[in-house]
Ligand binder design. Structure first.
Ligand code: PLP
Length: 421
């Protein structure tokens, strides 16, 4: 089937569909603009730009929101991972087991400390690290396991925690994409030994620049992390440990404090958007071509990304079609870490992690941000159906509110943001 099978009349009405950005941070900012400006001005007036009262208050508020005893801010999610591995003493000769299907920082934190990343494959449905492969890859040299709660969904902690316990190694959660996600009622970040979070602007709680934080239930690790982020210094100019400079800016903290009270509602909106996509996709006969993501029954999925799988090698073609019609998408991630050039010396080959490699070739992230409008979601699905030449199901149970043909046909100029990581 080709993309040129739509009738002239359908074609003309579809030309009126709005452009849909992958992410529109300006919509969130428009609502909070005045409060954010006041918060930034307050920091500038105070003359306290690094750490300080806003950072301390943010850490307390995050600890309450996630129900963990310790939240420790730092300069980025990448630094959070590095600090976590430093705190548990990862170094040369050690191995750390982690997925290859993740953002680069999960693995680079390991190599920056002279240790070796051991890549595990993923589950083909959830895209999360496969506990059975983790178990196979834990050797005597293993010093930590890092599951990644990718796309906002918690990795299978029922299976992973016993593996870490049996191996006698800490479990570091890469929760950069999963703030407020949970597992049997407990937030990610408080499930393993240390949780690592990112405030990168595309995250569910994003700052106005880089930032991150760590969580832990362990007092000893909390103390080490607080020291390590300030060059191991306590008191001033006395260095107990060799740390790094990874402090959160006060302006970031002040802005994040304005946003944090909204995070739960934004998350609920993401969940509603995911449910709506599911209904919309079900109303088209796309089963053979598009696989939509499933929800998680054992915890809260916070939908940082909504990632579909596209069959028959047509992912890139579909992406081009969507881009041509102003629909923003992204590929997370096109090249798995085990076959990245910078890790060639580790000796991994294409074919070593087949499920990961297939996901890298077939997955596509669609817009899911909280302010996404219903008409925009309809548009995304209509454009995908149009590409595959698939009509709405003639039979079945169209739900009046969500499955009626879009009645909003008007031209709205959108913006496909440049989004990374
Ligand atoms: C899974 C994952 N880990 C780590 C990071 C690193 O976070 P940051 O960009 O704040 O350094 C990111 C952010 O992109 C991420 O998605």
């Amino acid at each position: 089937m080709s993309s040129g099978t739509t009738s002239a009349s359908t074609q003309s009405s579809q030309d009126l569909l709005p452009a849909v950005p992958l992410l529109a941070l300006d919509r969130q900012y428009a609502v909070l603009r005045d409060e954010i400006q006041v918060a930034i001005a307050r920091v500038c007036d105070s003359g306290r730009f690094v750490l300080g009262p806003d950072v301390t208050a943010l850490e307390e508020e995050l600890a309450r929101a996630l129900d963990v005893p310790h939240a420790i801010s730092c300069a980025s999610g990448s630094d959070a991972l590095l600090l976590a591995l430093m705190a548990i003493g990862v170094g040369p000769g050690d191995e750390v087991v982690l997925p290859s299907y993740t953002f680069f920082a999960t693995a680079s934190a390991v190599t920056r400390l002279g240790a070796t990343p051991i890549f595990a494959d993923i589950d083909p449905t959830t895209y999360l690290v496969d506990p059975a492969d983790v178990r196979r890859k834990v050797s005597r040299r293993c010093r930590a396991i890092i599951p990644v709660h990718l796309f906002g969904r918690t990795a299978d902690m029922d299976a992973l925690l016993p593996i870490a316990t049996e191996a006698g190694v800490p479990l570091v959660e890469d929760a950069a994409q999963s703030i407020l996600s949970s597992w049997h009622g407990r937030c990610t970040g408080g499930l393993g030994d240390i949780g690592c979070f990112s405030f990168y602007p595309t995250k569910n709680l994003g700052g106005v620049g880089d930032g991150g934080f760590l969580t832990t239930t362990r007092d000893d690790l909390a103390r080490s992390l607080r020291l390590l982020r300030v060059h191991g210094m306590e008191p001033r100019y006395y260095h107990e440990l060799i740390g790094i400079n990874s402090r959160l800016d006060s302006i970031q903290a002040a802005v994040l404090r304005v946003k944090l009270p909204h995070l739960d509602a934004w998350t609920t909106q993401r969940q509603a958007n995911a449910a709506r996509y599911r209904e919309l996709f079900a109303s088209y006969d796309l089963g053979g071509q598009v696989t939509v993501p499933t929800d998680e029954s054992r915890g809260r999925h916070v939908w940082n990304q909504y990632v579909i799988r596209v069959a028959d090698g047509r992912r890139d073609e579909l992406r081009k079609h969507l881009a041509a019609h102003g629909v923003g998408t992204e590929i997370y991630y096109p090249v798995p870490l085990h076959v990245q050039k910078c890790f060639a010396h580790l000796g991994w080959r294409p074919g070593d992690l087949p499920v990961t490699e297939r996901a890298a070739d077939e997955t596509l992230a669609l817009p899911i941000f909280p302010e996404l409008r219903v008409d925009e979601q309809h548009t995304v699905v209509v454009r995908i159906a149009e590409f595959f030449g698939v009509a709405r199901r003639p039979v079945g149970k169209p739900k009046a509110a969500t499955l009626q043909p879009p009645h909003f046909l008007r031209r709205i100029v959108g913006r496909a943001d440049e989004v990374i990581s």
